[in-house]
Design a protein around this ligand. Structure first.
Ligand SMILES: NC(=O)c1ccc[n+]([C@@H]2O[C@H](COP(=O)([O-])OP(=O)(O)OC[C@H]3O[C@@H](n4cnc5c(N)ncnc54)[C@H](OP(=O)(O)O)[C@@H]3O)[C@@H](O)[C@H]2O)c1
Length: 255
């Protein structure tokens, strides 16, 4: 039930990640007097919903978000979006500065290679597509359905594409799809790599534990991994590495 009491501090969490859901749950449990709204972009047909209020859809750029923050009397903003959701993070920084709302970025740390890993880094999905033909022929592509257009011209390679919702064209011509969402198990990842004779894995540097088993499975199988680096984030925004630290940040301001 939405609170209409303007004296109740209102926290907006920009979501679409497990950390955002975790934070919404922690806020509801530890600071039940708060009004907490999670914002989702609306990309996934049936998203996992957080506790608390939910709004869905873009704000209409930084101006739209600033208007929303003002109208909804938001007292603290947490950008808990995926590390690869680059646009919304800059919108949040601009909007928060415009209406003087404190902003925190909740960003899980990136992955670090271990002994035995065979990683190559790419600067973007287009860069990954450029590097891929030199690394393998049977590709496990785990970068989501939104970036498939970057790989659509690679007709000599075969792709196993994993995504939450079915991919739409443009996509690579030789492609099989696995519809699934994390968390994924190590045994499951080993089996996918073995059964499909995968000889290269492509991943974003998402840094999530839920999707890390593919890296272990690739290491064990001696399969190279093409890791796409994270996009830039706005300067000057404090960063919390996990939901517990973000909860403390909110408590310091509104507790
Ligand atoms: N990119 C990924 O790899 C990835 C992976 C897993 C989950 N996600 C989640 O999926 C969502 C969309 O990702 P993206 O890469 O398309 O983002 P993006 O490129 O940063 O954002 C594009 C536009 O989508 C809207 N938007 C994005 N996140 C929103 C949110 N949480 N609430 C309301 N509007 C939002 C904004 O529209 P307006 O300008 O109109 O406000 C934004 O300008 C994010 O919330 C992210 O957490 C992304």
């Amino acid at each position: 039930m939405a609170s209409t009491d303007t004296a109740v501090p209102h926290v907006l969490v920009l979501g679409g990640t497990s950390e955002a859901r975790d934070l919404a749950a922690r806020l509801a449990e530890s600071m039940p007097w708060l009004r907490v709204t999670t914002s989702l972009a609306g990309r996934v047909a049936r998203p996992r919903l957080p506790v608390g209020e939910v709004r869905v859809g873009g704000f209409g750029g930084p101006e739209g978000m600033a208007r929303w923050l003002r109208e909804q009397r938001v007292a603290a903003l947490i950008d808990a979006t995926h590390p690869f959701a680059g646009t919304i993070s800059f919108s949040a920084a601009e909007a928060a500065a415009a209406v003087h709302v404190p902003l925190l970025a909740l960003r899980r740390p990136g992955w670090v290679p271990s002994d035995g890993d065979r990683w190559t880094h790419a600067d973007s999905l287009d860069d990954a597509a450029r590097l891929l033909p030199g690394l393998g022929e049977r590709v496990f592509l785990t970068t989501g359905r939104m970036g498939l257009a970057s790989f659509a011209h690679l007709d000599a390679l075969w792709f196993l594409v994993r995504s939450v919702d079915p991919p739409e064209p443009p996509h690579p011509p030789r492609m099989e799809t696995v519809l699934d969402r994390g968390p994924f198990t190590l045994d499951g990842e080993r089996e996918l790599i073995r059964r499909h004779r995968v000889d290269v894995v492509v991943t974003k540097d998402s840094g999530a534990a839920a999707t890390a088993p593919k890296l272990t499975a690739a290491r064990e199988a001696g399969v190279p991994v093409l890791v796409v680096r994270r996009p830039a984030t706005p300067d000057g925004v404090p960063v919390a590495p996990d939901p517990g630290s973000a909860l403390e940040w909110v408590r310091e301001r509104l507790g």
